[in-house]
Design a protein. Structure first.
Length: 612
């Protein structure tokens, strides 16, 4: 078994890159792989930075006044969805190119205070975007928001598109649009409630009672709660603002990218399914930078799907691809070495992150593989996986200080605390004991094992899942591995409670509301589909918490309970991976790296040094 592991890892290494030794004059800055700390690195000069997954790299020190206007940025992208409704949650991060929100992250923050690549938010990290100012009632029962008066919806004729695609007629955005945007998420004030694929808006906005239009530029939110934490969660909910004209479109029009419209910095001007999306700078964009310069700086941004990693590597080296960024390694270790050998140190910047452990969600659902519904079986499967060998021989990680394991909360949150777990719980994820696995299977009534299916998508490290299959086979469990083409292919399997196939899955939540749609039985992003009343009750208590202390206590309890049920089969420790920038891209350089829900917002503030 170990020989098979070693051979495959050397031939087909997945490349979750850990801190590499500096070469060709590059410098490496390393920070601890746990939350909160940020490294400061230059945005030029072949720099390597090692940071937590919830930490961002530095802002370029170049002054905005030196920005070359125009140019084109091409960035790697792997998740295209034919969904343009404003109710779509912003983890479809391409929507941030054409939608604005009331609030967005405050780019003036010290990165030691807030790491821009994190999805974990507090209202302290926000600044007004469409919202010009806001006032919260002393009893936290309401909030009155004044809107900017210069915000307009996109005029697509300015980029050569037909006027029929101007959903809103390029009119000003007003308070009634804000009310409409929130009302339809919850079905308030007679609005028809929408049901987007992945977002549990009733959980995210559970505190919202009603929305009032005070005047064309003022809106009032009334809450059914009376504590500050709820108001903060409301502000962090990331609601895209659009207008009622959207619901006058036919379903076919809503699924047509030409009609994707908001008030955002870029206009979608081309879409080739599963290939590319192109966004052109909105000439009428209302927002300017701190020095009064018009945004966005670049003319166009292309999101390019390159399923073949070798193609991504060659195009990056050739200067045809500017950014390789994703929340796992796109380039493997050998390809990273090729990149460093082929390019000059001042041509690129590498950013290194530690992210969530890789796992398989052991599907429960309406038509489950019976064996997977038994906690003893799920525990046995974890004991059958040799994480130490995988970490050392497949990922080539130094585990002299132990395997880094995280629960369902992301690093950098106050809720992520595996050190507080009972020793036997932590050991169940790090101990390789096939004999114990066989004994547990026999106790559960499966001495001869069983068979189940697992679906992943093509960009995941297939050799790792093949190794997992070998480990499970050693205790007579057969895992049939199916490799889909794209993340949506896999997601459709995971989202179907009637499909018994398990899928690659991790949670790594950054807020209680985010956890709710991954953990609640009917959560739209729950790909385990467990029927666990205790977990649902614990989650309800967490969502109702009124103080940070109560929230933190309950969040840690949920973490321990969920992990004790072994719904996720961990097949790695916390993964390390690298993202890459061509140094012709400047501005908010490192902050735009990962799918952090603000891609369009960030790239509107990036530029290219050659203006091409």
């Amino acid at each position: 078994m170990k020989q098979a592991l070693r051979t495959l890892s050397l031939l087909l290494l997945v490349g979750m890159i850990f801190a590499l030794a500096a070469c060709s004059g590059e410098t490496t800055t390393t920070v601890p792989p746990t939350g909160g700390t940020t490294t400061t690195v230059a945005a030029t000069g072949g720099t390597t930075a090692t940071v937590p997954a919830t930490a961002g790299a530095s802002t370029s020190t170049e002054t905005v006044s030196a920005v070359p206007r125009g140019g084109h940025i091409v960035t790697y992208f792997a998740e295209f969805y034919n969904e343009y409704d404003p109710a779509v949650y912003t983890n479809r991060n391409f929507v941030s190119f054409f939608y604005d929100m009331l609030w967005n992250i405050d780019l003036a923050l010290d990165q030691k205070v807030f790491n821009y690549t994190s999805t974990y938010l507090s209202s302290d990290y926000l600044t007004g975007q469409i919202a010009e100012s806001w006032e919260i009632a002393p009893d936290f029962a309401s909030m009155t928001v004044k809107l900017r008066k210069d915000v307009k919806f996109q005029d697509k004729t300015t980029v050569g598109m037909d006027a029929k695609y101007n959903v809103y007629g390029a009119r000003p955005l007003v308070a009634a649009d804000v009310k409409w945007s929130y009302d339809r998420l919850l079905g308030l004030d007679g609005a028809t409630k929408v049901a987007p694929n992945e977002t549990n808006w009733p959980a995210n906005l559970s505190m919202l009672k009603s929305v009032e239009v005070v005047d064309p530029s003022t809106v009032k939110f009334n809450f059914n709660t009376n504590y500050q934490l709820a108001v903060g969660d409301f502000m962090c909910a990331r609601v895209n603002i659009a207008g009622p004209e959207w619901d006058t479109l036919t379903e076919a029009q809503k699924a047509d990218w030409h009609y994707a419209t908001g008030s955002g910095p870029f206009i979608m001007t081309d879409y080739v399914p599963d290939n590319s999306m192109t966004f052109t700078a909105n000439p009428g964009y209302w927002q300017k930078d701190a020095e009064g310069n018009k945004l966005p700086y670049v003319d166009t941004v292309t999101l390019a799907y390159l399923p073949d990693k070798a193609t991504a590597l060659s195009q990056f080296i050739a200067g045809k691809l500017d950014i390789i960024s994703y929340p796992f390694a796109v380039l493997d270790n050998d390809q990273a070495t090729q990149l460093k050998s082929a390019m000059k140190p001042d041509q690129y910047t590498e950013y290194q992150y530690f992210n969530t452990p890789m796992a398989i969600g052991l599907k429960q659902g309406n038509n489950p593989v019976k064996a997977l519904t038994d906690p003893k079986v799920r525990l046995a499967m974890q004991y059958a996986i040799d994480l130490a060998s995988i970490e050392k021989e497949f990922f080539r990680r130094d585990i002299s200080n132990g395997i880094k394991i995280s629960g369902i909360w992301a690093n950098g949150t106050a809720f992520n605390d595996p050190a507080s777990w009972p020793a036997d719980l932590l050991a169940s994820y790090t101990t390789y004991d096939p004999a114990k696995a066989k004994a547990l299977l026999a106790e559960a009534g499966y001495p001869d094992g069983f068979t189940f299916d697992c679906t992943i998508f093509a960009m995941l490290p297939t050799p790792l899942f093949q190794l997992v299959s070998e480990y499970l086979s050693a205790v007579d469990i057969k895992m049939n591995l199916v490799v889909g083409n794209t993340p949506p292919d896999m997601t459709s399997v995971g989202a179907d409670p009637n499909n018994p196939a398990s899928v690659f899955y991790n949670i790594w939540a950054t807020s209680p509301s985010m956890l709710s749609y991954s953990v609640l039985k009917d959560g739209p992003n729950n790909y385990v589909h467990q029927n666990d009343p205790k977990l649902d009750t614990m989650m309800s208590d967490l969502l109702a918490a009124q103080t940070l202390a109560d929230q933190t206590k309950l969040a840690k309890e949920i973490d321990q309970y969920y992990m004790s049920q072994h719904y996720l089969l961990y097949i790695s420790g916390c993964e390390g991976y690298s993202n890459w920038f061509n140094n012709r891209v400047q501005g908010l350089h490192g902050q735009a790296l990962t799918p952090n829900y603000y891609m369009g917002y960030m790239l509107a503030r990036a530029w290219v040094t050659d203006g091409k």
